[in-house]
Design a protein around this ligand. Structure first.
Ligand SMILES: NC(=O)c1ccc[n+]([C@@H]2O[C@H](COP(=O)([O-])OP(=O)(O)OC[C@H]3O[C@@H](n4cnc5c(N)ncnc54)[C@H](OP(=O)(O)O)[C@@H]3O)[C@@H](O)[C@H]2O)c1
Length: 296
């Protein structure tokens, strides 16, 4: 296929955890797409506009954002930087795409909700795309919630709300499994999660088809940290041990609170009914990890 017939995508955040996965997936499995890594910083809005005019992409994917080093606690002491990139810069990018009639996929987060009276754990009442944010316990989540609320006037945006991303690679330091096995204590609460091997191919399909709107971008169902670590014990290390602690105890060692919730994935499943339940997908993830360890 010659370059002229390809769909040209400009990718922001190509060096990040999710951006790298997007880039390598497209390069490997989607020969009809040409992917170009953005060179501009989101807060430099004139550079971003110039880059859009120079590259003239058919689509934009924004996987860039401040996530904190080593985690979102960092955002509590770097509020201006967090706001400038995650809200001001990301919004300016979306507006620049809107002015140029370019479809953009924005990676968002489902960490803007927490279980409450109307959405109790395992109650079947999950957070839909229409629910307003109810978790403001961290500056990261607060700005993400405000940002997402502002997007409804744009008809060129697909907002994909991911949670606790998981891959089949323990070397990915931001893979939830890699994080859990390093923590000395974990909370034991069911949560929605996003297995990237299941969901990123869906993201590319939505990009090709220019789907717009807000989608909870998680596997259906929920799974607890204990269930994941039990699978780790079963598939990878029978001697692995861990301890639990309460949310109150966890809050004492963190600068910012963390959210726990289950998102309703039925809107996504209406278009992509084959996305596996999180508990089935996690078994496949551990089978792949086990296989890759055997082959080392
Ligand atoms: N990982 C999660 O748990 C999770 C969960 C839900 C949602 N998300 C969202 O998904 C997106 C990607 O997350 P991630 O985990 O892949 O993050 P990440 O590994 O921290 O990568 C962030 C990416 O954004 C780029 N970036 C940061 N500041 C930038 C700026 N001012 N201008 C341009 N690029 C900038 C980074 O490039 P440099 O290194 O050059 O700065 C890097 O490529 C974020 O919006 C995040 O909030 C992540």
């Amino acid at each position: 296929m010659n370059q002229q017939n390809k769909i040209k995508i400009l990718l922001f955040g190509s060096t990040g955890f999710i951006g790298k996965k997007v880039s390598s997936l497209i390069e490997t499995d989607f020969p009809q797409i040409e992917i170009i890594n953005s060179q501009s910083r989101l807060e430099n809005t004139q550079d971003v506009a110039k880059e859009l005019d120079l590259i003239q992409p058919d689509r934009v994917i924004n996987a860039a954002g401040i996530t904190g080093i080593p985690n979102v606690d960092w955002c509590e002491s770097h509020k201006q930087e967090t706001l400038r990139v995650n809200l001001v810069g990301s919004l300016a990018l979306i507006d620049s795409c809107w002015k140029r009639n370019i479809h953009i996929i924005q990676f968002g987060t489902g960490c803007i909700y927490q279980y409450d009276e109307n959405h109790k754990e395992n109650s079947g009442n999950k957070f839909t795309e229409k629910d307003p944010p109810n978790f403001f316990g961290s500056y990261y989540s607060k700005t993400k919630g405000i940002f997402q609320d502002l997007l409804d006037i744009f008809d060129n945006v697909l907002l994909l709300r991911i949670r606790m991303p998981i891959t089949s690679h323990l070397e990915d330091s931001k893979n939830l499994i890699s994080k859990l096995i390093k923590y000395s204590k974990v909370v034991n609460i069911p949560n929605s999660m996003s297995v990237l091997e299941d969901l990123l191919p869906v993201m590319v399909d939505m990009c090709i088809k220019k789907v717009v709107g807000v989608f909870n971008f998680t596997n259906p169902g929920s799974i607890s940290h204990n269930e994941i670590l039990t699978l780790y014990q079963k598939f990878i290390d029978p001697n692995f041990k861990w301890e639990n602690f309460s949310i109150e105890e966890q809050n004492k060692i963190l600068k910012a609170e963390r959210s726990n919730n289950e998102l309703d994935s039925s809107k996504l499943l209406e278009i992509y009914p084959d996305i596996p339940h999180i508990k089935d997908s996690m078994i496949k993830v551990f089978e792949r990890i086990k296989k890759s360890i055997k082959n080392q």
